[in-house]
Design a protein around this ligand. Structure first.
Ligand code: GLA
Length: 367
């Protein structure tokens, strides 16, 4: 990648347009910024660097548009960001942690790059969030991004062909379709790492956002945030979001799991009602002052709810405002962390001849 060209996304290079929707793009060497816009004026910007969603413009209850996604307007800011926040990116080949970066497939031991204390996180040192994807607008409301991860890249077996398609519908839904195939058995767990703040990026914390998670159980972790392997009831704990509550309500309770996560940074086991692999509601977030609502639907069995515990005001976003402690929340739909080492978790192994195929939808509305 030619760093000289990692300059702010600017000039308009091409424009595909229809009456109801449009995809436009800006070109900087191989780094592009695409704009998806629907008939209601919702606007989502995506760069092929890391398949990152850089901005999500949606109305509040009075029709006032606001950008609810944390991020930057230059690629340099993404590459320079301290503490690797993964703002808006697609993470892979394996989203979240693999204990000590080790696993065994068919008697063969693999060792991955270790980048989070002793563990592997979000695909390693150069995960899918830090590579340049090929991008192609499809129709008038979709963007298709492809990336081929090489055999043994970051230590993973198999050439993995990945495709992520972002579609913005006129029903105010952002649909994210993940597909992949491999030529050797490999773990795959792709997710989207957008940080939302429904008051608008940079506008304080998300502790006042009300969250419902469609999950009666979560996967507790050790101090390195590796699951213990148990599925534990949330009832009677700060992890109970089965009925919507402000994120800040129980976050300071004395609780070992909250201590380990520095707040919420855990995987919830979605109630699929026997519909494994089918699209079900995972989460609903609402923000009282703006009236903005985000609902998340997914075919995945889990969701990592992370509430920005590692943000500390050092990163300044695209509008020049600092991203404060707990200034954004992520709802990373996924298979459970460390599944390659957890025989009781749903498998994340993809075999040659199989197709990895998952979908997550972010639906935006107001109340
Ligand atoms: C995920 C992890 C967190 C943290 C963030 C990025 O949500 O679970 O622990 O690494 O990504 O900062």
């Amino acid at each position: 990648m030619r760093l000289a060209y990692l300059t702010p996304f600017l000039l308009l290079a091409c424009c595909l347009q229809s009456a109801s929707a449009q995809v436009t793009s800006q070109d900087f060497d191989k780094i592009m910024l695409y704009t998806l816009k629907n008939s209601n004026g919702l606007t989502i910007k995506v760069t092929n660097y890391g398949a990152i969603i850089t901005s999500i413009l949606v109305p509040d209850r009075d029709g006032e548009m606001g950008d609810i996604a944390l991020g930057y307007d230059s690629v340099e800011d993404y590459t320079n960001a301290v503490d690797k926040p993964y703002f808006g990116a697609v993470v892979g080949r394996y989203g979240n942690r693999i204990a000590e970066g080790k696993f065994t497939i068919d008697g063969e031991d693999y060792t991955l790059a270790v980048n989070n204390g002793p563990n592997h996180l979000h695909g390693g040192v150069i995960g899918f969030d830090k590579v340049v994807w090929d991008a192609k607008p499809v129709g008038d409301n979709s963007l298709e991004l492809t990336y081929v991860a090489k055999d043994m890249e970051e230590g993973y077996p198999g050439n993995l062909k990945c495709k992520v398609t972002y579609t913005l519908t006129d029903d105010n839904e952002l649909k994210i379709h993940y597909e992949a195939t491999t030529d050797k058995t490999t773990p795959v767990n792709l997710t989207q790492h957008t940080y939302f703040n429904l008051k608008g990026e940079g506008n304080g914390t998300i502790l006042d956002h009300e969250l419902m998670l469609n999950a009666k159980k979560f996967t507790p972790v050790d101090e390195g945030l590796i699951p213990t392997g148990q599925l534990v009831d949330v009832a009677g704990t700060p992890f109970d979001f089965t009925t919507a509550k402000p994120i800040g309500r129980d976050i300071e309770e004395a609780d070992e799991q909250l201590n380990f996560g520095g707040g919420y940074d855990h995987n919830w086991v979605l109630d699929k009602g026997g519909k494994d692999g089918e699209m079900t509601l995972a989460a609903r977030v609402s923000e009282p002052s703006s009236g903005r609502v985000l609902e998340v639907f997914t075919t995945e069995p889990g969701v990592q709810f992370y509430c920005g515990n590692f943000l500390d005001g050092r990163l300044t976003g695209k509008a020049g405002k600092p991203y404060v402690y707990r200034g954004g929340l992520c709802l990373e739909t996924q298979h459970f962390p460390d599944s390659p080492n957890q025989p009781n978790f749903p498998s994340t192994l993809l075999e040659p001849g199989e197709k990895y195929d998952t979908t997550t939808v972010f639906r935006f509305s107001t109340e």
